[in-house]
Design a protein around this ligand. Structure first.
Ligand SMILES: O=C[C@H](O)[C@@H](O)CC(=O)C(=O)O
Ligand SMILES: [Zn+2]
Length: 279
């Protein structure tokens, strides 16, 4: 089963007048994982697709959504996958990639058949998916945590001590425009991406997970001098337009996956906002 929904791109002027409900309808992706389904949200910022695939006892194929008008999903796209559930496998054109928790897989343009499987239906794999248009073919590749480029940022004193694992980025493997990684906050640290930044060259999607039961993350978006909060639960995603900051504070520590696409592949291309300038 495939679910597919669309979100228009909108301007910061439009965001300014939004109610809480309308802000959530435009930017928050509440449901990514349903049993034996692929759930997709197409954002018209850079035609970015955010999805989840949760196979249980049956193999789950990556279907070809009618909205793509393609002969198969990856005919004109590339796909990044990070497993945030139990162990599983992704079978791409007959090659089986075993995927443990927090491992990543890149599938390039032209991969015709993709099937998701869980090792154990009782603890199903949860494949978090990001896909962007692609105009060249780069090789499919599993990226384990050992392959990641790891950067430690922040400090306990500013409650933002965290480890950035760059997984599907151009220092690790070639991609057309997709860049994905995972940031893990240390116990006692709650702030991600602070000092906050924007990047006109790229849009971004954040997916929060490992948020403990009963806790939540308050994600901040909007132009730096016009921010709005979106309260998020475990395993939800939020779309960040190129004009928006994307930073959050949890009521506990947590982990999140960032994925982005646009003009360049330069992770460091960010316009930082001084903390005291935020409004
Ligand atoms: O453009 C890059 C992204 O916003 C993230 O990689 C930032 C992040 O993970 C963090 O600072 O915690
Ligand atoms: Zn960013």
């Amino acid at each position: 089963m495939t679910q597919f929904s669309k979100r228009h791109a909108c301007s910061p002027d439009e965001m300014r007048g939004m109610t809480t409900q309308s802000l959530r309808e435009h930017f928050l992706i509440e449901t990514l994982f349903l049993p034996d389904a692929c759930c997709w949200t197409l954002s018209f910022y850079d035609r970015y697709l955010t999805g989840g695939a949760m196979p249980t006892s049956q193999p789950l194929p990556l279907d070809n959504p009618a909205d793509l008008r393609a002969s198969y999903f990856l005919e004109r796209r590339e796909l990044g996958i990070i497993n945030v559930g139990g162990a599983g496998q992704v079978i791409a054109d007959g090659v089986t990639y075993p995927m443990a928790y927090k491992e990543a897989l890149y599938l390039g343009r032209g991969t015709q058949s993709v099937v998701f499987q869980s090792d154990d239906a009782a603890t199903p794999a949860r494949f978090y998916l990001n896909s962007t248009p692609a105009h060249a073919t780069y090789p499919n590749r599993l990226v384990t945590r050992a392959d990641a480029e790891v950067v430690e940022l922040g400090s306990p004193a500013t409650a933002n001590h965290r480890t950035i694992n760059k997984l599907l980025v151009n220092s690790v493997l070639p991609t057309c425009q997709l860049q994905m990684g995972m940031t893990e906050l240390k116990s006692g640290s709650v702030w991600n991406t602070m000092p906050a930044h924007t990047h006109d060259r790229r849009m971004e999607v954040y997916f929060y997970f490992e948020v403990p039961e009963g806790q939540a993350v308050c994600h901040f978006m909007g132009e730096p001098q016009e921010t709005r909060p979106i309260w998020m639960q475990n395993q939800q995603a939020v779309i960040s337009p190129y004009w928006s900051i994307h930073a959050g504070a949890g009521t506990s520590n947590y982990t999140f996956i960032w994925g982005m696409a646009g003009e360049n592949l330069d992770y460091g291309d960010m316009d930082f906002c001084a903390i005291t300038d935020l409004r």
